[in-house]
Design a protein around this ligand. Structure first.
Ligand code: SAM
Length: 292
């Protein structure tokens, strides 16, 4: 096999730079050759959890000085790492699993390093977000990543209410002890008909991808306690265009209704806007009733 250094040649690996390196989300074979090259090249590896990362690196036969950079010390640790960069070192940052900065520490370190004038070089790799989406299907052609919802019921319901008309598929992360209540909260906020993908334990022994609707999500999870174990990505269908834009053409319909019947107003509005004639008819009818 061609040596790693040769395979990774397509890019420069400057000194005095921070390398943000994605690591596997379960299956440790899901590391890139370039990640191994860079982890072998750098002088120091900053890690969210040095014990975990130490064990992972040992599996790849890599041993490097490790520095802890986690949620609680990210800014202070960043300053220490900048001193290493000033001394000309190459430094890598890895989070516990997957891509740093995606519901993981790393972003503050990136800001601090860039503000200090050093390059930040990203190395792509595993992420639960992209892994789940890659097996979701055509209905997630456009999506928004929302990460973890607030854990408290009231704050979560408010966050979901604000997303009720969001037109793109939504991707959430969730922990096993909240998975049932979160899927139920999604169904309560968005209605039961929307598509739902539950992606559990991706790349691991008990990987499961279940596609159904929000209404039957909690039932599927509760049918077997094992289905509630492990790590989860939830992908939920966005609002239908009619629902999202239900009130978008009110001003136009209002003007047309001053002169025309509901049916004619809907017909002309549909021609002008390209929106569904049926949806416009329903809305025009409601506007007319309101006025009366
Ligand atoms: N940085 C990571 C990434 O790139 O996906 C995410 C880290 S976040 C702290 C951990 C959450 O990601 C888990 O609670 C779960 O929602 C999701 N996750 C991570 N690994 C997963 C896996 N193997 N299967 C399903 N979800 C996973």
């Amino acid at each position: 096999m061609t040596p790693l250094s040769e395979l990774a040649q397509g890019q420069q690996y400057p000194a005095a730079a921070l390398y943000v390196v994605a690591t596997p989300i379960g299956n440790i074979a899901d590391v890139t050759l370039r990640a191994l090259h860079v982890l072998g090249l750098v002088d120091r590896i900053a890690a969210e959890d040095t014990r975990n990362t130490g064990q992972l690196l040992a599996r790849y036969g890599i041993s490097k000085p490790l520095v802890a950079v986690h949620q609680h010390n990210e800014r202070a640790a960043a300053l220490r790492l900048i001193e290493h960069l000033q001394a000309g070192e190459r430094v890598a940052y890895v989070s516990d699993a997957g891509t740093p900065g995606i519901s993981d520490p790393g972003a503050k370190l990136v800001d601090a390093v860039r503000e200090a004038g050093f390059p930040v070089i990203p190395l792509p790799g595993a992420s639960a977000l992209a892994t789940a989406l890659s097996a979701a299907g055509d209905w997630v052609a456009t999506f928004s990543f929302l990460g973890f919802l607030p854990p408290k019921a009231k704050a979560r319901a408010a966050a979901l209410q604000a997303l009720a008309n969001h037109p793109h598929a939504m991707v959430f992360y969730e922990a096993p002890h909240r998975i049932v209540e979160t899927v139920q909260a999604l169904a309560d906020a968005f209605g039961g008909e929307r598509k739902l993908l539950i992606a559990r334990e991706l790349t691991k022994l008990h990987e499961a991808l279940h596609r159904g609707t929000l209404a039957e999500g909690p039932t599927w999870l509760e049918a077997d306690p094992n289905r509630q174990r492990g790590e989860f990505v939830l992908v939920v269908e966005g609002a239908q265009p009619e629902a999202a834009g239900e009130h978008d053409h009110d001003a136009l319909l209002g003007i047309l209704l001053e002169e025309l019947t509901v049916s004619s107003a809907a017909k002309i509005a549909a021609t002008l806007t390209g929106a569904s004639r049926n949806a416009l008819y329903t809305r025009a009818l409601a506007l007319k009733k309101d006025e009366e």
